[in-house]
Design a binder for this molecule. Sequence first.
Ligand code: UDX
Ligand code: UDX
Ligand code: ADP
Length: 481
Amino acid sequence: MPIHKICCIGAGYVGGPTCSVIALKCPDIKVTVVDKSQERIDQWNSEKLPIYEPGLDDVVRQRRGKNLFFSTDIDNAILEADLIFISVNTPTKTFGNGKGRAADLKYVEGAARMIAEVANSSKIVVEKSTVPVRAAESISNILTANTFNKPDVKFQILSNPEFLAEGTAINDLLYADRVLIGGEDSEDGRAAIEELCQVYERWIPRKNILTTNTWSSELSKLAANAFLASRISSINSLSAVCEATGADVSEVARAVGLDSRIGPKFLQASIGFGGSCFQKDILNLVYICEGLNLPEVAAYWQQVIDMNEYQKSRFSAKVIESLFNTVTDKRITLLGFAFKKDTGDTRESPAIHVAKTLLDEGAKLHIYDPKVEHSQILEDLTHPHVTDEPENIRKSITIHSDPYEATNGTHAIVLCTEWDEFITLDYQRIYENMMKPAYVFDGRKILDHEKLQKMGFIVQTIGKRLARNSPHRVWGSKVQS
Ligand code: UDX
Ligand code: UDX
Ligand code: ADP
């Protein structure tokens, strides 16, 4: 039976864009995205969507009210759907068994229980959140155990992990490298897989739609993120070697990436990776390996996280050391707070780590990001994980809506996110209004370092020792490098 109605539980970074693109490509399918948060749904129904994602506004505008709906009426959406995506959040557990490592499945479980309670006809339930291997089995158990009194209601559980990256989500969805669908190896399982294939086939070539067993599908998602993150940790580890030896990490990355067996992507050294997935998924993989009594495998992947922590700390330490080992009461400007460009998302952003270290040392932070909400920055930096003195933090940070205002009178600029607009700022104007010596720490390697040095800036970056800065003597003080 072909799919006519889709319900998606969870209107977040995954559910929202994914279902918008499905609605765009399948005008005959009614797609209803539901969330328990009224505020989120109201935003999806407004002119200002709850997430910033290039191209998303346009897709939503085209389909909303036609075959794309955002609603808090979860029961009704479940009742009428042939296929239900579960796209709720799966944060790392903050307490109890597996604290700090295992994925917290309470939201997935909540969604499954809701489906079991409400459904009065058979459904295909598709797990889209990143969840630990064997989660489909847990969802299946919850559904079966809670529908024993509804003998006609049958569920097929599929795993269909989402590989979109924030900032490029729409493109990633429209031109996916592959779509992965895992399901039960039975007649009913294969039939359910085929129905979901037919949805994606409207715009993804069939050869790019992979079907596997459920566990392979679930593990592939964790594996893909672990591989990607390990490339970043690998190049970041080499950035430390470059700084110590005089090699240039960009040159090394280019030389390595030209090997077709390695490839050029994801070799950009940085202040460390962030985002809601990489760390969470690797921690999850490590936890699973420990549970399977595979400690060597667990240690191998744990090192990817440890290297990332090291990189974030190394960069923050470099900033402090360069500023004569003290930043107390110094005004420092963070350019960028999101975990990467073209998103307003700050989850696990390395900027939080840098900000925390500088605040702990007594700095006065001035922060500018083109898309992150001011309230989000404040929430991130006053979170109990970051401080037990939120009032003091509030007094030490100022959030700006203009980069020139943010850099006015500052001692140092610390560039944390690679926003394009930072490349073309008027650095001459910025230089003139800064304290001297004026420092730039380019944590993303996007600026023209030579040009900045010529203006008089002292510049530091990742994975490259810059030639000593021009010997300007500024305000009689000796220029440091
Ligand atoms: C390697 C590099 O490939 C080459 O660029 C460099 O100049 C020298 O080192 P080599 O050691 O000759 O070349 O062979 P390679 O094909 O890289 O294989 C090395 C080992 O890895 C072999 O034992 C091979 O069986 C193993 N291997 C390779 C795997 O186990 N899995 C793979 O996917 C690829
Ligand atoms: C990632 C995966 O790419 C995506 O397939 C999966 O579905 C979800 O997790 P996302 O976290 O949105 O996507 O963004 P991504 O582009 O992967 O970047 C993650 C982090 O790595 C960012 O902080 C980014 O700045 C950093 N990064 C990326 C680097 O430091 N260097 C690189 O070369 C690439
Ligand atoms: P992701 O990045 O995985 O999409 P988000 O946090 O952006 O994660 O989105 C997940 C959404 O799922 C949130 O808006 C949250 O309110 C919603 N959610 C969680 N549990 C439920 C539930 N049981 N029913 C409906 N919505 C839920």
